[in-house]
Design a protein around this ligand. Structure first.
Ligand code: IPE
Ligand code: IPE
Ligand code: MG
Length: 227
């Protein structure tokens, strides 16, 4: 029996380099990247196997970038959600987030809630945007909650406190843009994920390449520690 690509998680990297190669400002790469988010999400919503698509959009470390770039990303996100809510509904896609939203502006948080509420009946796909997300932060928050509640600390009780746990383990963890690192993304949920790295920069990524990665995934032998 071949593997099922139920949960795909993507580190969407390479927007800045894509723009740099064309003599454009980095923000142009983010703009193009947002279009690819739409294309890949629509593709995933029509895919018979994919139930969850988690996309790393902004890490807890990305605040280190110049204020202008951070501000642009925040505006892009808000406009994207506003514009794309209808597409989510049309494609029966539920929008969810992981990450600490408390650092975002009230207006952005409001838009996030609006889109979440408007799309909550989507059953074909759940798209999870990782926003101000970092695994270490997520695990620390879960541990803190568990301590406050009291009781045993086990893999199961800790996992139950993780925000990302409700979306289940990751089957395919993909990073575009050529770097081979996880940059603090879904460390717990990827314990047995199959890892894929492509040189393709995120703005150049296509559904065809995703499909070829799923094909390769199907041929891998997942042992989960067994034989
Ligand atoms: C990924 O692209 C998008 C975000 C982190 C928001 P980058 O902006 O990291 O692009 P590169 O890695 O500099 O090319
Ligand atoms: C990871 O990309 C974060 C996102 C894609 C949102 P980065 O570009 O921030 O990662 P590093 O700094 O190269 O590790
Ligand atoms: Mg990068």
């Amino acid at each position: 029996m071949s593997n099922i690509a139920r949960h795909i998680a993507i580190i969407m990297d390479g927007n800045g380099r894509w723009a740099g190669e064309r003599g454009l400002k980095r923000i142009k790469g983010h703009e193009r990247g947002a279009e690819v988010v739409r294309t890949i999400t629509t593709y995933a919503s029509r895919h018979p196997e994919i139930e969850v698509l988690t996309l790393y959009a902004f890490s807890t470390e990305n605040w280190k970038r110049p204020k202008m770039e951070v501000d642009f990303l925040m505006r892009l996100l808000k406009n994207y959600l506003q514009k794309e809510t209808a597409t989510y509904i049309k494609n029966e896609t539920r929008f969810e987030t992981i990450g600490d939203l408390s650092r975002f502006s009230p207006a952005l948080r409001e838009q996030i809630e609006k889109t979440r509420e408007a799309t909550r009946h989507g059953e074909k796909l759940t798209q999870v945007l990782a926003l101000n997300y970092g695994s270490q932060d997520e695990i620390a928050r879960a541990a803190r909650q568990l301590c406050e509640k009291g009781g045993a600390v086990t893999v199961d009780t800790l996992e139950a406190q993780l925000e990302s746990a409700r979306f289940g383990p990751v089957d395919i963890l993909l990073r575009t843009g050529g770097e081979q690192r996880l940059s603090n993304f879904l460390l717990w949920q990827s314990a047995y994920a199959e890892l894929f790295f492509t040189q393709t920069l995120w703005p150049d990524f296509t559904p065809e390449e995703l499909e070829s990665i799923i094909d390769r995934f199907k041929r891998r032998h997942r042992r989960f520690g067994g034989i």
